[in-house]
Design a protein around this ligand. Structure first.
Ligand code: AMP
Ligand code: MG
Length: 205
């Protein structure tokens, strides 16, 4: 899919103003907002009708930028090298001085993070001065959106903008792993557990 810079600029402008924008990723479409802003993140919950206690996944361009907010460790680095950017989400400890909104984490000291592979969303992230909190772009309890048309079906004019990125190539949510101590699978998804176990040379809980 060709990258349309005017579309990316439009998304960038709205996100800078604290609005929500739907973004394409290789797993599913996300409903994104500035992860450093309480006000912007509150809009995600409201639009999705998502219970406030469900924390959000935050999308970063790379691990260097993530290091501002989270404590990284060896298991994370091993998996990052092989699978990122890609359909894997990590649970990590937040740093004390992290700027992540408490709305995103439901006041926990941990954060779910991912590095999306979709080239359009990567070029958007390159332009932003903040990471993007983004759950799947569907109403709570509905199936995840894998195209801009799916997003529009659920939200219509309630979302200011859907950044077009074609059909999500994987069409399945990311695998979530808690890598803070003994690595533990929290959700099955785009990457197989056996592949992860081979890289870490240990069994996952
Ligand atoms: P969704 O954004 O709808 O794909 O779902 C996000 C998933 O990430 C949910 O299953 C959350 O429970 C999970 N999640 C987000 N943050 C955390 C966290 N800090 N610890 C554990 N699970 C998390
Ligand atoms: Mg979801």
């Amino acid at each position: 899919m060709k990258i349309n810079l005017a579309n990316i600029k439009k998304a960038q402008k709205l996100l800078n103003k604290g609005e929500c924008v739907a973004i394409p990723t290789e797993t599913v479409y996300g409903l994104a907002a500035n992860a450093y802003s309480d006000k912007a993140c509150k809009k995600i919950y409201k639009l999705k009708k998502r219970p406030k206690k469900n924390p959000l996944i935050v999308h970063y361009l790379n691990s260097q930028i993530l290091e501002i907010d989270c404590k990284l460790n060896k298991d994370f680095q091993k998996l990052y090298k092989i699978f990122c950017p890609g359909p894997i989400t990590f649970i990590l400890d937040l740093k004390k001085n992290s700027k992540i909104s408490k709305i995103v984490t439901n006041k926990k000291n941990t954060l779910a993070v991912r590095f999306p592979k979709h080239p359009i969303t990567r070029s958007l992230l390159k332009k932003l001065k903040f990471p993007l909190a983004a759950p799947s772009a569907n109403l709570f309890s509905k199936v995840s959106a894998v195209s801009s048309a799916d997003v529009e079906d659920d939200f219509g004019k309630k979302i200011k903008y859907v950044l077009e990125g074609g059909k999500s190539s994987i069409g399945l949510e990311s695998t979530i792993i808690d890598v803070r101590s003994k690595p533990k699978v929290l959700r099955l998804g785009g990457i197989e557990i056996s592949t992860i176990e081979k890289i870490l040379k240990k069994k996952l809980l």
